[in-house]
Each structure stands twice: as structure tokens, then as C-alpha cells.
Design a protein around this ligand. Structure first.
Ligand code: BES
Ligand code: MN
Ligand code: ZN
Length: 491
């Protein structure tokens, strides 16, 4: 939406932004910032509903070209989501009227609440930054370059402004993940993802290791080797490590992302339109890499964070792995393949085994577009969460509340683990009884996590992309999880 967003300290602004609560006109202090009275009058118009992000426009005649009066919603329900919606409403309006400089003065209404100005600013920055995501590298000569303005923002409140700076940083990390998600499968191959990780690590002082070919064999990455076998784009395991200055305290936090660069289903081929959009089957990995971007550039936690991207293309050829194959994992567990379209869990299992053995993790969080079933169950409103560790679950839930990336706990009973038993090997990768698919996925993964290590699996198949152009998102990838993981590591 914008070419570039900056925080300005001085200079004239075209637009003044004031805010009011639902059911109330502008407060007196806010109204006094527009001597003409136009803003106060606008806040009393019927279309000034005061819903979060709803903007009405006033023309004061002098000092500013326009005043935007934006709704903050219910005074008692103000939260971070309010400020993302406010930013999106204002940003969309700025773009619509082709204005490029604004001054936000909402200190007076905020003073009536208990809201933290820094946190509010951060959410505002996120909203504005996310709204501004564009990805036109794949447009060609038949598209004329859209004209976009730059956006310079001033803030009356210094603490709010500091927050905005953080939020813009988190949005940049999220937008990095979204651009990766958007990249088509003929470009965004496993090697491409490894390249992106290597470049990011080099730029931000992290360490990146890529396991390919012999290294995959040596490290017994059975899942990646088999799922990736049929494609000319060879699989790899990408490891990125953030170490704070001084080495950091305690055990590392481990993040794992399913990075299937294209999911045809393999020999258990996807039918009808089930394949379209499967370039986004790498979005767990994109989010994890985006989170590492945020960790290295914005959060800088005082503990180590290790990321794994399990990158493979699930294709088909005469060399493809097949239903009935038996795979033997690094931790000794054998898997009978019943369905080559349940490939995500097969590649994630490699990273889970490896990290449990090598990294002594404080906890593991994996993100994966794992099942269509979670989309049926929870839609695009919540990610499915599986976490049997109370402390880790509380941390993830707290981060979800801050980031607005909602999680809903699903159950993990031993009966589901029983359901994954194989008549031939230890376990099957999918039970054809079609029951509880998202839980089957989590139950499968649990066989690869050492028992005493806190672990959280997030099935993001429903939330990694949206179909609507609304709020701070346009239709396409959301970068779901980048901000949640960043907030978790900031706590
Ligand atoms: N990548 C898909 C899951 C998916 C579906 C992601 C829709 C995003 C949107 C996954 O690899 C898959 O194919 N899952 C199967 C599992 C089944 C074969 C056990 C599914 O959900 O149908
Ligand atoms: Mn699949
Ligand atoms: Zn998949």
C-alpha cells in the first residue's frame, strides 16, 4: 500500500488523526486540537460509529488538509487488536486519499484507559507495516507499476512512538515470511529456502547450516530423503542459530517449521483442486524464518534460539516414495507409509529427533500446515494447538493474546497414539479411518519428541493465509506465527 513507512519527528502533516470511543464524540482535549470544530462535528455524524478502525473525515480548512477521526471501539475492550485495526483503517484511508504525512494524537483518549502506550504503539506499527506488504516481483510487462506513496508518521506520544518503531520491525519480519510464502514453487525450492536462510543469517549475525545429500544420509533424515526423492529440487534440513552476546542463559528454545515447497500429495496424488495453493505448504518454515528475523533484529532475547526448516518438495516420479514403504528414523522408530500426502509429519519427525538428541532444548515449538482437518475444525480463526506441558502452553497462549494470532487447544489422549500403531512397523503416518486428522498428525509427531522435553505443535493450515482483502491483510499469506513466536521470546 505504501512504498516506505517512516517515523518523522517534525514538519507539517497533511492529516491529523484523532480518536474517539464507541458511543462517544471526541473528548474535549482531542476536539481542541482542531480549532475549526470540524473534527468534533464529524465525530457526531451517524457514520462515526466508533467501531475500532472506522474512520470519518473532516476538513478543518486550515492547519491540516484533513482530520481523520478514528474509532477505538468499546472503551472497556481496548486491546492490541484495537490498535492494529486502527492502523489498518487509517492506512487504507491515507492510501485512498493519496496522503503521505500524518500526525497521530490519541493521547487524550488513551489517558482514559489503563492501556500501555508502548504496547499500543507496537500494535499500531504492526498493523501499518502489515498493511503495507506488497509483493510484485512476479509481475511482468503486462502490469503497469502501481503508484504508491511514501508514508511519514508523527506521534504526539513518545512512548507510543517507540512502540510503533518496534511494531514496524515485527511487521518487516512478518512481511519477509509473507514474501517467501508468495514465491512460486518453481522459484522457492528447498535450495532457495536454504539460500534465504543463509543470507538472513549472514546479514544478522546468526549461524546457518544446511544439510544436503550425504549429510542428510549421515544424519538419518529418513523423512526428508523419502518425501523429497521424486523431485529434481532436492530436500535439505536448514538449521539457523541465534546466540546472544555473551552466549545467553540456559537451554535453547527450538523452533521447527514444515517447509514443503510444493505438496502434490506424491503418489497419493491430490485430486481436483486440492493442489492449488500448495506452494504455501512451506508457511511453517517461512514463519519460523520470519521469527528468526525478528529475533535477530527486534527482540534480541538473552537466550539461544535454534530454528529448523524441513525443506522438501513432495512430488511424484518413478523414484517417489510410496504407500507401503517403511522408513526407519534416527531415534529407531519405524514408520509404515500409508499415505504419501501425509508428508509434513514425516519431514518434521527428522527435525524433532535431531534436536532432541543434539540441542538439549528448553522447549520445542513446531509450526506446520499439517492437515486440512484443522481447517474444517477451526477455520481461519484459530490455529490448532497441541501442548501437554502446562507452562509452555501458558507461554504460547500469552504470546497469542498479545500478537492476536489465536490458538485453540486440541486433545492428545493415548488413544490417539494407539490409533497410529502399524500392523507392519511401529507406526503408520496416517490412519485411513479418517478420524481426527489434526490429532493424528500430532499423535504421530509425539513419537519423535523425548518425553521430558516440553513441546508444542501448532497446526496452521487454516490461518497461514486469508482470502479477503480486509483489515491489515490483503488476500494472501498472513505470516501467521512470526509475531507470536517473537512475543513469546520477548516475554
Ligand atoms: N499440506 C497438507 C495440508 C493442508 C491442507 C494444508 C489444506 C493447507 C490447506 C498436508 O500435507 C496434507 O495433505 N494433509 C492431508 C493428510 C491426510 C492425507 C492424512 C489432509 O489433511 O488431507
Ligand atoms: Mn500432503
Ligand atoms: Zn503438506
Amino acid at each position: 500500500m505504501f512504498d516506505d513507512i517512516t517515523i518523522a519527528r517534525k514538519g507539517a502533516a497533511q492529516v491529523l488523526v484523532l480518536a474517539h470511543f464507541k458511543g462517544e464524540p471526541l473528548d474535549r482535549k482531542s476536539a481542541s486540537l482542531d480549532a475549526s470544530g470540524a473534527a468534533l462535528a464529524a465525530s457526531k455524524r451517524t457514520e462515526a460509529t466508533g467501531e475500532a478502525g472506522v474512520v470519518v473525515e473532516a476538513f478543518p480548512g486550515k492547519s491540516y488538509e484533513r482530520v481523520f477521526v478514528v474509532g477505538l471501539g468499546d472503551k472497556t475492550k481496548l486491546d492490541a487488536g484495537t490498535f492494529r485495526a486502527v492502523a489498518a483503517g487509517i492506512g487504507r484511508k491515507m492510501a485512498a486519499v493519496k496522503a503521505s504525512t500524518l500526525r497521530v494524537d490519541i493521547a487524550a483518549p488513551l489517558a482514559q484507559t489503563k492501556v500501555d502506550a508502548f504496547a499500543a504503539g507496537s500494535a499500531f506499527g504492526e498493523g501499518m507495516g502489515l498493511l503495507s506488504w506488497v509483493c510484485d516481483v512476479f509481475r511482468g510487462k503486462a502490469t503497469t507499476d502501481p503508484k504508491r506513496t511514501k508514508l511519514a508518521m508523527q506521534f504526539a506520544d513518545a512512548e507510543f512512538e517507540t512502540g510503533v518503531d518496534r511494531g514496524l520491525g515485527l511487521a518487516e519480519s512478518t512481511n519477509f515470511a509473507r514474501t517467501l510464502s508468495q514465491s512460486p514453487p518453481n522459484v522457492a525450492t528447498p535450495d532457495f529456502m536454504a539460500d534465504q536462510a543463509t543470507k538472513l543469517a549472514r546479514k544478522t549475525g546468526m549461524k546457518c547450516t544446511v544439510f544436503r545429500d550425504d549429510a542428510l544420509v549421515r544424519e538419518k533424515c529418513e523423512g526428508l530423503i523419502n518425501v523429497g526423492k521424486a523431485s529434481e529440487n532436492k530436500p535439505c534440513l536448514i538449521r539457523v542459530e541465534y546466540t546472544p552476546k555473551g552466549g545467553g542463559k540456559g537451554k535453547p528454545v527450538v523452533l521447527i517449521g514444515k517447509t514443503v515447497t510444493y505438496d502434490t500429495g506424491g503418489l497419493s496424488l491430490k485430486i481436483n483442486n486440492g493442489m492449488v495453493g500448495m506452494k504455501r505448504d512451506k508457511d511453517g518454515g517461512c514463519a519460523v524464518l520470519g521469527a528468526m528475523h525478528a529475533i535477530a533484529t527486534v527482540i534480541k532475547p538473552n537466550k539461544r534460539v535454534i530454528a529448523y526448516l524441513t525443506a522438501a518438495e513432495n512430488s511424484l516420479s518413478d523414484e517417489a516414495y510410496r504407500p507401503d514403504d517403511v522408513l526407519t528414523y534416527r531415534n529407531g522408530v519405524t514408520v509404515e507409509v500409508t499415505n504419501t500426502d501425509a508428508e509434513g509429519r514425516l519431514v518434521l519427525a527428522d527435525a524433532l529427533c535431531y534436536t532432541c538428541e543434539k540441542d538439549n532444548p528448553a522447549c520445542i515449538i513446531d509450526l506446520a500446515t499439517l492437515t486440512g482437518g484443522v481447517v474444517v475444525a477451526l477455520g481461519s480463526t484459530y490455529a490448532g494447538m497441541f501442548c501437554e506441558d502446562d507452562k509452555l502452553r501458558a507461554q504460547v497462549e500469552a504470546a497469542a493474546t498479545i500478537s492476536g494470532e489465536r490458538v485453540w487447544r486440541l486433545p492428545m489422549h493415548t488413544e490417539y497414539r494407539e490409533m497410529m500403531k502399524s500392523p507392519v512397523a511401529d507406526i503408520i503416518n496416517s490412519n485411513p479411518n479418517r478420524k481426527a486428522h489434526p490429532i493424528q498428525g500430532a499423535a504421530f509427531l509425539s513419537y519423535f519428541v523425548k518425553e521430558n522435553i516440553p513441546w508444542c505443535h501448532l497446526d496452521i493450515a487454516g490461518v497461514h493465509a486469508v482470502e479477503k482483502n480486509a483489515g491489515m491483510f490483503i488476500d494472501g499469506p498472513t505470516g501467521w506465527g512470526v509475531r507470536l513466536l517473537a512475543e513469546m521470546l520477548d516475554a
